[in-house]
Design a protein around this ligand. Structure first.
Ligand code: 1GP
Length: 234
């Protein structure tokens, strides 16, 4: 299993969306570095546990990105805890976190927990609507959130979340330059090999989500595109 700071490519699977066995096997055996289980809608303990058990038949790392306290299931390699930095509602910044720590803090293994400084940038995405994100941001605003994550809060991951739309490569590049310790995750709208390559050149880790459900073949090809870059650099 690869540790999170070695991840270059990950697939994000939504427990609320059906995926057949063959597709799941292809994804888990594709050479991707990890499977993240997470989504914004209809996430339950039952569908999360079901998907975890299916992914566990393979040796790939598996992380839960926690979006609701009702579906926290043990047995993942990592628990990714997003804090939305550009939310207008503190629930999504630290509110749920406070509730979770009050209830489960005494029995949490913090070695498995990774906090993510989230910057949500597609105003039409479900995540932006749910978290009431202020998405009308300039590059300098995004850079400030990146510094907040890296230098002020010392969070291990800065996540540029364009969910559903392809992001701005220049912004990703600039953020990449200023981050010193936080790992840069880029996610959003990757639907082609070229886009996977473009963002993988700029971010530490690219997250491929929705295209899994619309064009599995292309989704699988993005793994090779990223790995090729890694090999060329060595
Ligand atoms: C969503 O960042 C991920 O949380 C991936 O985005 O579904 O648009 O690929 P897409």
């Amino acid at each position: 299993m690869k540790a999170y700071h070695e991840w270059r490519h990950v697939f994000k699977l939504d427990p609320a969306k059906p995926i057949d066995e063959t597709a799941l096997e292809q994804l888990c055996e594709s050479g991707t570095d990890a499977i993240i289980i997470g989504g914004s809608d209809n996430i339950t303990e039952e569908n999360t546990l079901d998907l975890l058990m299916r992914v566990r038949r393979y040796s790939v790392a598996c992380a839960l990105e926690v979006s609701t306290l009702n579906a926290v299931v043990p047995g993942f390699d990592y628990f990714l805890i997003p804090s939305v930095l550009n939310t207008r509602n503190t629930t999504w910044l630290n509110g749920l976190h406070h509730r979770a720590l009050k209830e489960f803090g005494h029995m949490m293994n913090f070695e498995e927990v990774l906090s993510e400084g989230y910057c949500v940038l597609n105003k039409n995405s479900k995540v932006a609507q749910v978290t009431e994100a202020e998405t009308d941001l300039g590059k300098d605003d995004v850079v400030a959130y990146a510094r907040m994550t890296d230098q002020l809060f010392h969070m291990p991951i800065f996540y540029l979340e364009y969910s559903g739309t392809y992001g701005d490569p220049d912004t990703v590049q600039e953020v990449n330059h200023i981050l010193e310790k936080s790992q840069l995750f880029y996610g959003g709208g990757i639907t082609s090999v070229e886009q996977a390559e473009e963002m993988a050149e700029r971010a530490d880790t690219i997250v491929v989500g929705n295209v899994i459900y619309t064009d599995l073949k292309t989704a699988l090809k993005t793994v090779h595109a990223v790995k090729k870059q890694v090999d060329e650099r060595q």
